[in-house]
Design a protein around this ligand. Sequence first.
Ligand SMILES: *Cc1c(COP(=O)(O)O)cnc(C)c1O
Length: 406
Amino acid sequence: MNFDFIQQDVLAQKEKSRYRQLVCNSTSNQHSGAEIVVNGQSYVNFSSNDYLGLNNHREINKALQEGIDKFGLCSSSSSLVTGYHYAHQALENDICQWLNKPKCLLFSSGFAANLALFQALGKNEQSHFYLDKLSHASMIDGAYHSKATVKRFHHNNIEQLTRLLSARNNNTTHHSATVKSTAEHPDKTPKNTFNTLIASEGVFSMDGCQAKVRELAQLAKSQQSWLYLDDAHSIGVIGDKGQGSNYFANVDITMATMGKALATSGAFLTCSEDLHDYLVNFSRHYIYSTAISPAIAWATRKSVALIQKEHWRREKIAELSALFIQLLAPEIKLVVSHSAIHALIIGDEKKALHISAQLKKQGIWLTAIRPPTVAVNSSRLRVTICSHHNIKNIRYLAECINKAIA
Ligand SMILES: *Cc1c(COP(=O)(O)O)cnc(C)c1O
């Protein structure tokens, strides 16, 4: 039969307890932000990425309507044709001010922005990418689908990364020496012939732990490399104004989705003037894709403004997270985190699914995360604590988890 693998692969997925199915969420804006309604049943939601509880915020909704009235819902073309509106430019400027960056570029999703960036910088094998082992699927796909030479370093292991970069330098010296002996090469000092990018996530999506941003930035500088951080889970949550990784150091390139803490949709990338110019001219994902909705861009401006001034949202995540960690039974394995994400490592897929089902019976929605999203034998419950949760929610969650696991 044609495309036999379709049925075979799905069957194999079922046998490994890795089968996935869409679940239709019927929550409406009549429900509180902490709730999820599925099949008419209401649950407290601990799997959402609405970290700052901004989804359905009255002022953001109002700004969306205003954006529709001013610019329309659809951009009606790609940015380089006629799709780039005042709303996009204004949002880019707001983001540049917030993160103190020269330039910002909008994409339709974080996944597309990652593909775009790695493909643009991975022009040929002279480009060398060094990715943290736990980098998101979209970074890995972007890197490996480019022409760059890709290396992965152990999660947050600065020593190993330093060794890898130094080895590259030794090869460079060797390489330029041979060039010199065979051809005219007037430059005496060995040149860095490679283009190097270090890439990681500000806050890791499935663990909640943070990259060592200051050390990475220092290393990048000393090794004449650029640092790229995916701030999907840091933006809004980390930093005194929710700036994410740029709070700790001046990161060369950052990307963040607007579909998590910013509670709208799309993504932005911040970079230098030169890289901005290059992407606008050469990034196929940018050039051949419809610009994001100008109304959504307009609504996101409101979200960015609220994030900078409403510190209580970040404080609440920290307080509730501390309470959760304190209430969990000591034998439960929890990844250390200062973000909104708290991973309870279970191991086996079946066990993780079983605990998730048990919690569901008690009115808690907590999706089990299984391979290939996480490594084999590290299936987990990924708890997200958001500013719309309350102390009662957290006490109940800890109580139910303790009973289900211990
Ligand atoms: C969610 C996520 C993305 C993708 O962003 P979308 O806007 O949802 O496509 C990229 N990187 C990381 C780390 C993410 O968690």
